[in-house]
Design a protein around this ligand. Structure first.
Ligand SMILES: Cc1ncc(COP(=O)(O)O)c(C=O)c1O
Length: 412
């Protein structure tokens, strides 16, 4: 028997292969399948079709807003397009700056660059979220927004950014807008509210890998600001802000020239599935939280590892579970650990995410001269083992035992 197989079996082995970031973040039931069939059946009538202001989309948006606790929610085709729309709503002028954490997926930096903004990268703290101190250090009289990512399911400190923004008003537009990218953080909590309640607006992903999905792609934006909502609606659909059945259409606001728009709408069939997934969301999140708790108990016996640091007022959803190796293991030895886990134990891991200017050539070209030393350090120490709500306790144990044993071997 191969040496690698022996090791895997000695620790119990995995019941199945887990990708570090599984391609389906939740799961489907017969209810979603029935919802798809029903949505097609109700579209057979030529006067109905997949009509865009159908009950499914309106109900999905209303229920989503209720879940987050905001007045409004607007569905879009993805979090990527949602972020594009969010930054477009700022109406950036040449030279306007938006502060975005460097430790990030490329979506938020791309949204800023795509709208012609100047991308200003900021550093992170040990939670992997944007460091409030560095956000403040990066603000100038040109800053129009602070666009933060709630990394891997943990809320960023929104209150702090909002206080910082208030201290540094833009001369023409007032305090920079605080926008959240919660692509990985749907269902999480912050100071007694859901992530997505605070800030000017928050963008969620409904992509297949996320906490819930609308058939693989989708996104949704939440806000309490009615004027912003009208603008977002216009951006989403050809400059048309209102529809007869919307409460915000009252008062005839948003009926004139609402500027540019395109087509970023979710489909009826996706919304129908979204309604089911949203009802089941908490049920799909709870196992992640339970697995993370057990994982923390098991891995806390490994002195080298720094486990997720969770501020008392946050309820993370553990899209990913962040582990940091010691500073002196940063880079090569962390990579060795990850390779060992993959090859010898069958445990896949991912670094999510190193500073985006290190991984993305376009962002690097657009941010020449900028660097974030703490993000670089964290990016060289981080690895994320697989996490999925359908993972068994024994697979979780196997993953933890493998990590503990691999670290022990590297220690020696
Ligand atoms: C933090 C973050 N923001 C935005 C996105 C983009 O999401 P979508 O695939 O829905 O466009 C992702 C996708 O992985 C992400 O992780």
């Amino acid at each position: 028997m191969a040496q690698d197989q022996e090791k895997t079996q000695a620790l119990g082995g995995l019941s199945r292969e887990w990708q570090a970031e599984p391609m389906l973040g939740g799961w489907y039931t017969e209810e979603e399948i029935d919802a798809v069939v029903k949505a097609i059946r109700t579209s057979l009538d030529p006067s109905a079709g997949f009509g865009f202001f159908c009950d499914e989309i309106l109900e999905f948006e209303q229920k989503f807003a209720e879940y987050i606790g905001t007045k409004y929610a607007l569905s879009v085709t993805s979090a990527g397009t949602g972020l594009d729309v969010a930054v477009k709503a700022l109406d950036l002028e040449p030279g306007d700056e938006v502060v975005v954490p460097a430790m990030n997926f490329r979506a938020a930096p791309y949204a800023v660059l795509g709208a012609g903004g100047k991308l200003i990268l900021c550093d992170s703290d040990d939670t992997l979220n944007a460091s409030p101190a560095d956000v403040e250090a990066k603000l100038t009289s040109r800053t129009r927004a602070i666009l933060v990512t709630h990394m891997n399911g943990l809320s960023a400190p929104m209150d702090e950014y909002m206080k910082i923004a208030a201290r540094h008003p833009h001369p023409k537009y007032g305090p920079p807008k605080v926008i959240g990218d919660a692509a990985r953080a749907l269902g999480g909590g912050y100071k007694g509210a859901k992530i997505g309640k605070l800030g000017w607006m928050t963008v969620f992903s409904l992509h297949t890998m996320k906490m819930m999905t609308t058939l693989g792609e989708g996104g949704i934006i939440t806000t309490d600001d009615p004027d912003l909502m009208l603008r977002l609606r216009a951006l989403r659909q050809w400059g048309i802000a209102v529809s007869e059945d919307l409460e915000i259409a009252r008062g005839k606001k948003g009926t004139g020239d609402m500027g540019w728009g395109s087509n970023y709408k979710l489909t009826k069939i996706q919304a129908a599935v979204g309604l089911v997934q949203l009802r089941r969301l908490d049920q799909m999140i709870a196992p992640r939280v339970a697995l993370a708790k057990k994982r923390t108990e098991m891995l806390s016996k490994v002195p080298e590892l720094t486990l997720p640091s969770v501020p008392a007022h946050c309820q993370p959803v553990y899209y990913l579970y962040n582990v940091l190796v010691p500073k002196k293991w940063a880079g090569a030895k962390r990579d060795q650990l990850m390779a060992m886990l993959r090859k010898e134990y069958g445990v896949d891991t991912v670094v999510a995410n190193p500073p985006v200017y290190q991984t993305d050539a376009y962002v690097r070209r657009m941010t020449v001269g900028q660097s974030c030393p703490k993000a670089e350090e964290l990016g060289a120490r981080l690895f994320c083992p697989p996490m999925h709500p359908l993972m068994s306790d024994s697979d979780n144990e196997y993953i933890c035992n493998s990590i503990a044993e691999a670290v022990k071997r590297l220690r020696a």
